[in-house]
Ligand binder design. Structure first.
Ligand code: R5P
Length: 296
């Protein structure tokens, strides 16, 4: 097996290779002044299973293009199979057509990966696993989704959040709160978030949660603008929660997001290293290495 830490996941890819007792094989790459990417493999891949670790944020389009160039080159030079580890998969939120004539972006992404020779795709806490399974059914590429939520919850347990109440901002993410609650104890529930499809405005329907004097954690798959997390944290503080943490798998780190969430009262804000940010407190390298071992 050859592990290639892609340009966007050098640190993570390196750690995954080390966990598998393999020498990481980063590619030679550069971005030309016009924005095009150049890629060259640094080791022959004929007959090998090639694993590419490349997250797709920030700059999702460039990161996808680099991944496709690596995968297709590995295919051209005879790799026996190609596993794309895309810890944060951009475009996954457009996993269906919400209105007529829209692009079904996730389907396009699957098609491009498949054409480039990818045989297996590994993601972490994809936005909606069941919608992604419907997309997978149209392609000849196996999809594996792993969850970092127990690791996030374990981390918070060590930070004094043992027994905290776990909340998700909407019903779709209740499985995250439920998984976290198995580690933290303390029960779980969800808010009901709606987002206006055109203006992006978020409304949170809040119920009485009985959190007065308790610790609570809001768990979500991702923080982008921070609007969702801020509203949920604010609601818990307004109901008298003693301390509220904000936890998610992927932080896209959009300008203003951190300020919004801190102003709402969250402390700490934590995430994994699917995208390296100052909030990356939990490494998913071990989870990915375990999944790769399972696939061999
Ligand atoms: C959406 O359903 C996701 O689970 C997240 O809640 C959302 O993407 C977060 O976005 P933002 O930080 O912009 O509110």
């Amino acid at each position: 097996m050859i592990v290639i830490p892609g340009p966007s996941s050098l640190g993570l890819g390196w750690r995954v290779a080390e966990k598998l007792d393999l020498e990481p094989q980063p590619v030679e790459h550069r971005v030309f002044p016009d924005g095009e990417s150049y890629i060259k493999l640094t080791k022959p891949v004929a007959g090998e299973k090639v694993v590419i670790v490349q997250t797709t944020a920030p700059n999702p389009d460039t990161r996808f293009m680099q991944l496709l160039l690596i995968a297709r080159t590995a295919k051209d030079f005879g790799a026996s199979s190609i596993v794309a580890v895309i810890p944060y998969l951009a475009y996954a939120r457009q996993d269906k057509r919400f209105t007529d004539l829209e692009a079904l972006s996730l389907d396009v992404i699957f098609g491009m990966l498949e054409c480039s020779g990818v045989t297996d795709l590994i993601t972490v806490n994809i936005h909606n696993e069941s919608s992604t399974r419907s997309v997978e059914a149209k392609h000849n590429m196996k999809f594996h989704n792993i969850s970092a939520v127990p690791l996030l919850a374990e981390y918070l347990k060590g930070q004094g959040f043992d027994g905290a109440y776990s909340l998700s901002p909407d019903k779709g993410a209740i499985y995250i709160a439920e998984a976290a609650s198995k580690v933290l104890g303390g029960g779980y529930n969800h808010f009901d978030k709606t987002r206006h499809r055109e203006t992006g405005e978020i409304t949170l329907a809040v119920k009485d949660l009985n959190v007065k004097g308790r610790k609570a954690v809001v768990f979500d798959d991702m923080i982008s603008s921070g609007g969702t997390m801020a509203k949920a944290v604010e609601a818990l503080i307004a109901q008298g929660a003693e301390k509220v943490a904000a936890a998610c798998t992927h932080v896209l780190y959009m300008p203003g997001a951190e300020e919004k969430i801190r102003k709402a009262g969250a402390d700490p804000i934590i995430a994994t290293n699917t995208i390296e940010t100052p909030f990356s407190r939990v490494s998913i390298a071990g989870l990915i290495a375990d999944k790769l071992r399972e696939l061999t």
